[in-house]
Ligand binder design. Structure first.
Ligand SMILES: Cc1cc2nc3c(=O)[nH]c(=O)nc-3n(C[C@H](O)[C@H](O)[C@H](O)COP(=O)(O)OP(=O)(O)OC[C@H]3O[C@@H](n4cnc5c(N)ncnc54)[C@H](O)[C@@H]3O)c2cc1C
Length: 351
């Protein structure tokens, strides 16, 4: 692709959010460089349950974003080689968090048993969200970055960003351990590293690291067909049988360490599912989610300095595709997206 005269955009972070941005920006003709401190998907994306869960409890300030999330992933599946989402639906019961999506339906025990025949004790009722799915977040990040590279983007891993060069209140470059990269625009998609990078540009953004536990098991294939989210377990299974589970982080006492949680959750899974006796923990770890103080994504330009755009959010897997689409429209085409209005960084920043 001929990039003469194209905007030079540095995307900091090669997680699923940065990868989606890189792909969308490159497909609009920008000259994109992705700079990543570690390896591809080495941040929280590498330990994500990766459920495309568009449910929300109560009034949702980002209803328009969430509402476009599934269509955006479906579009990307047709555009990005190797990107696949398993649209197997999700069942929820007994969680009492009141989260529902517009497409949810209440189903009875017989229906639940047909959907998930290995459940030993199907509940009387469950919420079924047939339109939802999940993806392999690491594979999706690689696929998006490969598609961005095919459009001319460069990906530089193991290259931490140290700071920025700014001239006349405009970002002119990104300082890395490997030297300066000149840029017309920088996108901070650095997950829990976003706040410290924004700080270097004079913006104090309250984005905290919120821990959650990620568990992976070897398991016989065919135990779980979709996603099951209940009081006892939140699980899904890949085609090869690998079972994934997510748990809340409840503290760092010995009984709540990831390895102990993996054993406890394995017992719960064996108790809930017929044929699960052989499941064996393979990985247990804590992932740190970038969580804005008000829970609403932080997406948009920093007001203090020109050429700096922030993209930090939870749930990042749900939103990566739609945010990549809308943010790239703002950055390259100058088309403001009303769906991002509630997300602006300026809400945290005194003028
Ligand atoms: C157990 C668990 C379950 C989850 N389940 C879901 C789910 O079901 N659905 C969902 O949507 N979300 C889920 N999440 C959250 C989801 O994983 C995150 O929202 C998403 O992965 C965030 O992606 P990201 O690209 O913003 O961040 P990251 O993947 O962390 O990427 C940011 C990257 O920036 C890099 N970086 C940071 N600082 C610098 C620097 N100075 N220089 C260069 N690079 C830098 C980091 O190395 C990192 O690779 C879950 C998380 C956990 C832990």
């Amino acid at each position: 692709m001929n990039h003469e005269g194209a905007k030079r955009i540095v995307v900091i972070g090669a997680g699923i959010v940065g990868a989606s941005l890189a792909y969308h920006l490159a497909s609009k003709g920008a000259q994109v460089t992705v700079v990543e401190a570690g390896g591809i998907a080495s941040g929280v994306t590498g330990t994500s349950f990766a459920w495309i869960n568009t449910s929300c409890a109560g009034i949702d300030p980002i209803a328009a974003l969430r509402g476009g999330a599934i269509a955006a992933w479906r579009r990307l599946e047709t555009q990005v080689p190797g990107l696949t989402v398993r649209w197997h639906g999700a069942l929820s019961y007994g969680t009492q968090d009141g989260r529902v999506s517009p497409a949810s339906i209440v189903i009875d025990r017989a229906h639940i048993a047909r959907l998930e025949p290995q459940l030993r004790r199907p509940p009387q009722q469950a919420i079924h969200e047939p339109e939802q799915g999940a993806l392999d977040a690491v594979a999706a990040t690689h696929a998006l970055l490969a598609a961005a590279q095919a459009l001319g983007a460069t990906v530089r891993t193991h290259t931490p960003v140290l700071g920025f060069t700014v001239r006349d209140a405009q970002v002119t470059g990104v300082e890395t351990v490997a030297g300066l990269i000149e840029a017309d625009m920088v996108v901070l998609a650095a997950g829990t590293g976003t706040a410290s990078l924004a700080e270097k540009l004079g913006a104090s953004l309250p984005i905290h690291a919120s821990p959650a536990i990620f568990l992976r098991y070897q398991a016989p294939p065919g135990l779980v067909r979709g996603i099951i989210s209940s009081h006892a377990m939140e699980v899904r299974q890949a085609e090869d049988g690998t079972m994934l589970a997510a748990e809340d982080y409840v503290g760092d006492s010995p009984e709540n360490q990831p390895a102990a949680m993996a054993l406890r959750t394995a017992s719960a899974i064996r108790d809930e599912l017929e044929g699960a006796q052989a499941i064996a923990p393979e990985f247990a770890g804590v992932g740190l989610r970038p969580m804005p103080a008000d829970g609403v994504p932080v997406i948009g330009y920093l007001p203090q300095v020109g050429g700096a755009y922030v993209c930090a959010m939870h749930p990042g897997v749900v939103l990566a595709a739609i945010v990549g689409q809308l943010a790239s429209g703002e950055i390259v085409d100058g088309q403001p997206a009303a769906a991002l209005d509630a997300c602006r960084p300026a809400r945290f920043l005194a003028c």
